[in-house]
Design a binder for this molecule. Sequence first.
Ligand code: ZN
Length: 241
Amino acid sequence: MTLPLLAPVPAGTPAVLLLSGGLDSATVLACATRAGYAVHALSFRYGQRHALELDRARALAARWKTVKHVVCDIDLRQFGGSALTSDVAVPKDRDERQMSAGIPVTYVPARNTIFLSFAMAWAEVLQAQDVFIGVNALDYSGYPDCRPEFVEAFAQMANLATRAGVEGTTRFKIHAPLMRLTKREIIQLGISLDVDYAMTTSCYDPAGDGTACGHCDACQLRRRGFEQAGLSDPLSYVTTP
Ligand code: ZN
């Protein structure tokens, strides 16, 4: 397996990184930090039912010594439209066929477009040209804003939309180093970079004490990834396997 380890950059090269507190963004954080980037981490309190992930994001930002960690408040519950931002139930125990058929109710309308827009705004202020996002087109839940076409189109748009892009002072690049990796490969990459996955959370619908449900798409994809990697998931689940 060839892992997409990022080419080293001069130490201190500024970058903005979207940090959810999940397994994928924790892995990207490790990649970018090890490559030499001065990471400015960005998280969102968007009304998600699994707001626990923000505690994990804070811990990860501290562990990887980010230059700064900003948590933006944007309440997407005002719109609803997703099981993550309304009282719609999170689907449980879907099999692979169901997961690959269509876009599930856990899709949050325009979420990555919104998040990347905030990231570009901060990058422009920092005069940073690198933005990192942990999206993945293989082991995912069918979200349209996790596809390579979306990421490429966003980068084009960002270079048209910003002063830095138009004046040519900065050519924005959106790095999605996990795009073509399976969950197993992502976990193996993270372990090789010393990511402590006990510090992450993936569950869409955790119990009040933060214990993962074990049955939502995110839990299932995560558990399968650890199984396929031959590793044990350090998280505890409400129901044991
Ligand atoms: Zn879950």
